[in-house]
Design a protein around this ligand. Structure first.
Ligand code: ZN
Length: 327
């Protein structure tokens, strides 16, 4: 009970202001759901309370609010334990806390759930910005190997502005409706190029290049008691040895009677070998182009004179290179 109608009106307005100021945004409407009746009557002066007390009574549901002042080192958990109350109840009693983990020194915590005497619903219009996620587009690139991929354009998030109507009941958010969205900045699509280039099924189509220009001094096949797994192409020491097709270097170094050897994998089960090189110009993992110089003719390993020993292997089995070389 307060002393007069003006005070009662002020109390009611104070309550409305309290909830309106509690949340951000532009006020759309405010509703007091319980019907409020102001009644004038004579009462004992002891029963008259101040406007401030009346406002607190309506907001908190009680005049004697059990509270606790935060001390150094307090957390909601330690307070709940000390007050011998469930942590969940303590959290519910303090919806005003932004974080359950950070309490300000001297902050006043409610130890009992607040049950306001009036239900005040505040509707507000708020605008905020949200990121707009970028999309990824994959483009095919026939100049790249199919196992390669590279980012041609990095993606960038855009920004949108959202206008929403938010409903708060007694200061607690209970609903939200998006009114409109406006794109402030379009996202930038991430573009990834994926290679499509693959070498498959040559089958004697003559698509391999000669590794060097010269005479065949030893053909593929039986050679006395041995089997010659490639052809020997004679050339002067230092003559370039070229990749007979594009592919990936899988071996580059010394290997027994091969001497300095380069092996290139062309995909589709095909490999080519280039032996006896005097020097090697590529490393394992290098992607080489058809016709690219990979080594120079030499006499390393078991040879009688400078030549390149050239092999074509399909699934590991030596093939007659002449079936694959341009005539
Ligand atoms: Zn040979």
């Amino acid at each position: 009970m307060v002393k007069d109608k003006a005070t009662a009106d002020a109390v009611l307005q104070g309550i409305k202001d309290y909830y309106v100021n509690m949340s951000p945004g532009e006020l759309v409407k405010i509703e007091v759901s319980n019907s409020v009746k102001l009644v004038e009557k004579f009462v004992n002066p002891d029963e008259i309370i101040t406007a401030e007390a009346a406002k607190n009574l309506i907001l908190k549901g009680t005049l004697e609010l059990a509270t606790y002042k935060v001390k150094q080192g307090d957390t909601l958990w330690t307070i709940a334990k000390e007050q011998n109350m469930p942590l969940d109840d303590l959290i519910k009693a303090n919806p005003q806390l932004k974080s359950e983990n950070k309490l300000a020194l001297g902050e006043v915590i409610n130890l009992k759930s607040i049950k306001p005497l009036l239900d005040v619903t505040v509707t507000k219009k708020v605008t905020y910005q949200e990121p707009l996620a970028f999309e990824t587009q994959v483009v095919k690139d026939d100049t790249m190997w199919k196992w390669d991929q590279k980012v041609k354009q990095p993606g960038e998030n855009g920004t949108k502005e959202v206008a929403a109507q938010v409903v708060y009941k007694n200061g607690i958010k209970v609903g939200q409706e998006v009114l409109s969205e406006k794109v402030l900045k379009e996202p930038v699509t991430r573009i990834v190029a994926r290679g499509t280039r693959a070498e498959v099924a040559f089958r004697g189509s003559g698509r391999f290049l000669w590794p060097s220009v010269g005479k065949i001094t030893s053909p593929f096949g039986r050679r006395g008691r041995e089997f010659h797994t490639g052809i020997d192409v004679a050339a002067d020491r230092g003559t370039p040895i070229r990749a007979s097709n594009s592919g990936t270097v899988t071996f580059a170094g010394r290997k027994g009677s091969y001497g300095n050897l380069v092996i290139i994998n062309h995909g589709g089960g095909f490999e080519t070998y280039y032996a006896h090189a005097s020097s090697i110009l590529v490393s394992v993992g290098d992607k080489v182009e058809k016709g690219q110089q990979i080594a120079t003719v030499g006499t390393t390993g078991r040879t009688t004179g400078p030549h390149v020993h050239f092999e074509v292997r399909l699934n590991g089995n030596p093939q007659n290179p002449l079936s694959y070389l341009n005539k």
